[in-house]
Design a binder for this molecule. Sequence first.
Ligand SMILES: [Zn+2]
Length: 364
Amino acid sequence: MLAHDAGSGMFDTGLDPGFLDVLEKHFDGADRVRNMVSILRRGPIAPFLSWHSGCPAHTSDLLKFHTQEYIDELVQADASGGKKLDKTTFLNPGSWGATLLAAGTTLSAARHILDGRGKMAYALVRPPGHHAHPDRADGYCILNNAGLALQLALDSGLTKIAVVDIDAHYGNGTAERFYQTDNVLTISLHMKHGSWDPSYSHAQSGSADLTGEGKGLGYNLNIPLPNGSGDAGYEYAVNELVVPAIDKFQPQLLVFVIGQDSSAFDPLARQCLTMEGYRRIGKIMRNMANRHSDGKILIVQEGGYNISYSAYCLHATLEGVLNLEAPLLDDPIAFYPEDEKYAVKEVDVLKKFWRESIPFLKDI
Ligand SMILES: [Zn+2]
């Protein structure tokens, strides 16, 4: 997966406007994942982990989520030496193989749980996936890794799966695919970013009024949080909104979609989580999995672009999910003051909205 080279340019555009001597590498660089691997191999969490290799996905796997036309477009783009898929998403030589490996590795992690070989698995994959639509790439994402795993779980006979996505951005591709089903409860906590492309409809915005359609009405829950929500704001949102919704839904499998771009030091967001916030959220996820899914939890890697702090926050998240006693690793850089009062206000308003408009949450 390190072979995917998203290029360099001004910010994440791949463009060189000609005014800068030093262009930055695209944020989705291989180094972020190199550091995630190394901290898990050499950090204090290492003795608690075991490592398994993934394998590339087959086209037949991809068609469970994506359209034939889109897969054909990607194969063709790879054969012709690459393509700019959207304004920040690049398929370069090496990218398609990496993308198939990310999708296949996520499916391998899901099978590990579905086949009963283990209760927990973490798919450390790149490029990320949760913005990828059934028929197009979006926001660094080419194939929807978590979405493919969800479909595999449904095909294996599960009828109730919950997804909690804490990447700083709306998991719009996953939401779109499962928007009309009550088999998959999608919950996304993200910054209040609105649509990130003027051509996008309101459906891509992550707004709280996007609650699903038809049979799926009420089974897409968006929690947009203000900038600077921090550990206390996120923990309040998780305890007041996510936990009651999951407790009502009672999933057979919990899919925890993680992005360290919600951290205090990420170039793409200002949500201001620290290691301690990630650790606490990880612990809450584990407790919910213990209550409802016999401890079964699939974790899927999405964004997280500060190459040092993302690795540290990942370590803390997994400490939480593993329910380890004391923090194993100190936070080397957290220093921003917290200001959770805006998040608390938004969460309280959202809770009232859910009680009034989501039938299965009327008494949370
Ligand atoms: Zn993100």
